[in-house]
Design a protein. Structure first.
Length: 133
């Protein structure tokens, strides 16, 4: 059975670092990869939709790959609509789904230079949308 791990947290909360702890074979799906150019992060707000589209395509390919056991979605996923498509596809594929909420306790600045007001909005949105069952 495939494992789909959906990481949820503000920019800089450690989602990418956490993915290193997840067992192989794994595929990590993140919109941030779209903005990496020659090892340098070059964010372009105008291409954010395209970045998320590329992330979804990578995810769907990983679901179909029989050699991949763990698929990690490491985007902010603050709103339910951010991750619901991943959940729907994972359920259809019979995958086990785990949500992990990342909390920034290290108080390091965002490695992506995300402005403080954006981080605060992400955190408020995430907290408003947390559901515990």
């Amino acid at each position: 059975m495939k494992n789909v791990i959906i990481l949820r947290g503000v920019s800089g909360s450690g989602k990418s670092s956490f993915t290193e702890l997840i067992a192989e074979p794994k595929i990590i799906c993140t919109a941030d990869d779209f903005f990496m150019v020659d090892g340098v992060y070059k964010f372009d707000q105008g291409k954010l939709w395209e970045a998320h589209k590329a992330c979804r395509m990578k995810f769907l390919q990983a679901l179909e790959n029989p050699h991949v056991e763990n698929i990690v979605v490491a985007n902010t996923n603050c709103n339910p609509f951010d991750f619901q498509g991943y959940e729907t596809h994972a359920k259809t594929a019979g995958a086990r789904i785990t949500h992990i909420i990342m909390e920034n306790r290290h108080n390091h600045p965002s490695v992506h230079n995300v402005p403080t007001d954006v981080l605060e909005r992400q955190e408020q949105t995430l907290l408003q949308n947390l559901k515990f069952s």
